[in-house]
Ligand binder design. Structure first.
Ligand SMILES: Cc1cc2nc3c(=O)[nH]c(=O)nc-3n(C[C@H](O)[C@H](O)[C@H](O)COP(=O)(O)OP(=O)(O)OC[C@H]3O[C@@H](n4cnc5c(N)ncnc54)[C@H](O)[C@@H]3O)c2cc1C
Length: 309
């Protein structure tokens, strides 16, 4: 019986495991090894590591965990989770079942780009989802923004305001925009193309968007806020409340609605937050916060005291 099983070894899960290890808790970290930003060669906005390799950050994180003997790290996928506080069971893809008194879910999200040939393999490399992560690097470039909804069209307005005078919005499917958005796109000089994009070829700096009428639009970079889904079903299996946008509902202490189960990083969201802010630094902070409060809960329960109200 472990004190805690942390599922997911991205910034959130590694940070949680580090806190537990330093408190000499028996913690098992299980990681499938496919973090969300894997396609990106650089990460930004992590103080002291701006422009650093995301893969290297995780490698260094794992190395730091190795200094704490009560932390066990296993590569592999957790297929299912069940149980209740003080006795959770997690079944791994290799058939093994592991048990713990508490669970931290840090399994992240998966981006699902539109079904346009050439798009998915360029996601994170020359097709960017987030102007905070990649905007600076696209300053002054010719940009296309793929959009099928009004919030996605707002991204075109945003990058036109912050980074480039040359922005084209390419509608994906029927795009119905409020008049006020259409007006502002026109004011900003953002051209709206309704002819469907049928294929994307080329690389960063010379991307070709082939349209259904045969014309080709050359752009230096593309923005696409791809739809996302949970990377694992573990929270749903455990009965955690899932919010309308698919994220796991947590409170200010990262607790899910199931006692003994915390969630951290991209997988989790406070219900009051309108749009999930998914960043490496915030994931790491969530992981630390989840572990701090869970550690307090473990300690209190060892004294026979109730968890904090
Ligand atoms: C292309 C791209 C670029 C980005 N650039 C930046 C940037 O510059 N700066 C920034 O701050 N943020 C950036 N982000 C966001 C950042 O990647 C995420 O916010 C961050 O990775 C979230 O960390 P996490 O630990 O919650 O999840 P992840 O990093 O996604 O890690 C989750 C881990 O859990 C594992 N896992 C999932 N399910 C299971 C399971 N069932 N069993 C075992 N393991 C499992 C996965 O394999 C993965 O290793 C970027 C995102 C993308 C898509």
């Amino acid at each position: 019986m472990h004190d805690v099983i942390v599922v997911g070894g991205g910034p959130a899960g590694l940070s949680a495991a580090l806190v537990f290890g330093r408190q000499r808790r028996r913690v098992l970290l299980i990681d499938g090894g496919s973090p969300r930003n894997a396609p990106a060669s650089e990460m930004h906005m992590y103080l002291s590591r701006d422009g650093f390799s995301p893969a290297r950050l995780l490698e260094l994180g794992r190395r730091e965990l190795a200094a704490y003997p009560s932390i066990e790290v296993r590569s592999g996928v957790a297929l299912s989770a069940s149980g209740a506080v003080d006795d959770f069971a997690v079944v791994l893809a290799d058939g093994d079942t592991v048990r713990a008194r508490r669970l931290v879910l840090a399994t992240g999200q998966v981006d699902e780009p539109y079904d346009i040939p050439g798009l998915a393999e360029r996601f994170g490399v020359s097709v960017f989802h987030c102007p905070f992560c990649h905007g600076w690097e696209t300053t002054g470039k010719s940009l296309a923004v793929l959009a099928s909804t009004s919030p996605e069209a707002m991204l075109a307005l945003y990058v036109a305001d912050r980074f480039s005078d040359d922005v084209v919005l390419c509608a994906h499917g029927p795009l119905e925009l409020p008049d006020e958005i259409t007006k502002r796109l026109a004011e900003r000089g953002v051209r709206v193309i309704t002819e469907p994009v049928t294929e994307i070829t080329g690389g960063l700096g010379e991307l070709d968007l082939r349209l259904a009428d045969g014309t080709v639009l050359r752009r230096e970079a593309i923005y696409h806020r791809a739809p996302t889904r949970q990377h694992s079903e573990l929270a749903a299996q455990l009965g955690c409340e899932i919010l309308d946008d698919g994220t796991v509902r947590v409170d200010e202490l990262q607790r899910t609605t199931v006692p003994g189960v915390a969630a951290a990083g991209d997988t989790a969201k406070l219900p009051a937050v309108p749009d999930a802010a998914t960043l490496v630094s915030l994931g790491a902070a969530d992981g630390v916060r989840a572990a701090l409060w869970m550690e307090g809960d473990l300690f209190r329960s060892s004294l026979g005291l109730a968890p904090p109200a």
